[in-house]
Design a protein around this ligand. Structure first.
Ligand SMILES: [Zn+2]
Length: 285
């Protein structure tokens, strides 16, 4: 069954696209975001495969003939990036933090090859290739997308070493990447645990009304509160499990029980491993 791209308009010229769900064929529910300016579009995180990039392209054409001039990556994970090849082919400039580009160069060729070798995934990734940023930044950048000013910020190593989040001041919209998940379990695989808290503080400091998460529905400041509470709860659950001598599976089950409506349970074994390492280094709680 073909996945359905949903479109949410969060402001006049800002659209959020997602395939929902929480598996690879739907980009793990990641959000791609389009900022539409005069004769120019900036696209953030165009999903996991060229086929998904083409779905976004078709959806955009219902609104405007303007070309996608810029693609910005919030981090190197493939569910936010491999769809960019479609827009690179049409002449878009690909933009990311320098460390994001480095991790793409290191990880993407092997990830693509392994997916192309798996019968269930080969079709989706048949025409996938690394889509490497041609412009990188260290601290930040301001883009002018057909008259719309867009700030790009690096919050330090939070979700990944090469994180970026974006802010559209006139629209008061923040595009958060995976600094923020909404009703999806947080993916700590490449995260700095203190860094994810810093990242949320950076988002809170923005003058934004709307926060678009990397995964899940956009919302207000309450999404930041919920993400902070999530980090607290998961750390407490894993600390309790360590104290009680329970195994990783039991800790993962306890997290799942605490957040019964959250998607992306597939990340929980990694969550427990990463939290256990982190808490162990701190010498328990
Ligand atoms: Zn993601």
């Amino acid at each position: 069954m073909a996945a359905q791209l949903t479109e949410t308009r969060v402001q006049e010229d800002i659209l959020v696209f997602s395939l929902g769900g929480d598996t690879m064929p739907t980009s793990y529910g990641a959000n791609a975001v389009a900022v539409i300016g005069e004769r120019a579009i900036m696209l953030v995180d165009p999903l996991i495969a060229p086929a998904h990039g083409r779905l976004i392209e078709t959806a955009l054409r219902r609104h405007t003939d303007a070309p996608v001039r810029y693609v910005v990556f919030t981090h190197h994970h493939t569910d936010h990036s491999l769809g960019a090849a479609v827009f690179e082919d049409r002449g878009a400039a690909l933009i990311a933090h320098r460390a994001c580009r480095d991790r793409m160069a290191e990880e993407h060729p092997a990830l693509i090859a392994s997916r192309q070798a798996q019968p269930g995934l080969a079709e989706l990734f048949a025409d996938a290739r690394p889509a490497m940023p041609s412009i990188t930044f260290d601290d930040g950048l301001v883009l002018h997308v057909g008259g719309v000013e867009v700030e790009i910020w690096h919050p330090g190593w939070a979700h990944t070493p090469g994180d970026a989040f974006l802010f559209v001041p006139n629209a008061r919209v923040a595009i958060c990447g995976d600094l923020l998940f909404a009703r999806y379990h947080y993916n700590y695989e490449h995260a700095s645990l203190p860094g994810v808290r810093e990242g949320l503080r950076a988002l809170r400091a923005l003058d934004a009304d709307v926060f678009i998460p990397g995964h899940g529905a956009p919302g207000g400041l309450d999404l930041l509160d919920a993400q902070t509470a999530y980090h607290d709860a998961v750390a407490a659950i894993v600390a309790d499990a360590m104290e009680a001598g329970r195994d990783d599976e039991a800790a993962a089950a306890a997290i799942r029980e605490h957040f019964p409506d959250h998607r992306l349970g597939i990340v929980l074994p990694t969550t427990v491993t990463r939290l256990r390492e982190h808490l162990g280094r701190r010498g328990g709680r």
